[in-house]
Ligand binder design. Sequence first.
Ligand code: ZN
Ligand code: ZN
Length: 277
Amino acid sequence: MINIPPIIERITELLNQDTDASVTYAALEARLALEKVCYDRLRQCHDYISHEDLKKWQPNQVVNTLINDVDQHATSTRTLSISRLPSVEGRDPKDEDYVEIGTEVGFDPKLMGKFWNALAKLALHVRLPQSRNDVIPNYGDKEKIKAKVIDVITELRRLSNTTMTFSGIGEEVSFECDCGTKNRRRADLLKEGQVVSCINPECAGSWHVRIDGKDIGFKARLAHIKCEQCAKCNHIPWRSVAAMKYDQVGSFYCDSCEYKNYFKWVLKQVRPEIVLD
Ligand SMILES: [Zn+2]
Ligand SMILES: [Zn+2]
């Protein structure tokens, strides 16, 4: 778990130096702290979420994905306690004597995102000149930056009361990818049509979620390409094909006859009634 108090101390020291440069540096440190806090929550849930599904996102979006896909209760503060004695049938659980194990302070991803963007806007970009005679300032507005950094410190201080982290609760579904990695997901949070990627960062496997009543299925996203030599249909992970640029040529060896096949993305003319149904 991330140790927040020394970070707060460092940021406060920089604010106290009270120069344009030190306050700008404090804003950078505060922004890094927000990222660390978001990613630390993510790390605890990494068994349930793949690097591929997150890598394009800003920290607040990472946390939103976390809440949507792993733990819908991450926004509320939770305390975990266990009873001192094993439970006895017939006795009301409310009457047990409990010991507190730890608390996770709830987390507002919207607020984190707001702070993260505001710090960059105020402190980490130089203002664009409006005309030829405009002077380009060395730094942003010191007082405005300071006020925002103080807001962030208040939130960091609140979050530093976390003594343990949860990876969520609820029924789990799991399946094995072709690469051998076991993927686990929270059943309640899966949605029809959602795309999930293998949690192995080296693997290109991904699936569409299919929900039929109580049954949850995962349908592999694949490109199907026939071998030029023996006509056998070969399956290629969709993510590796989708990552190719237009006109780039890819290749594969046929599963059955080992003939080397080539393929490429091309622009194709279509009739609207065929593609827009
Ligand atoms: Zn995999
Ligand atoms: Zn073949």
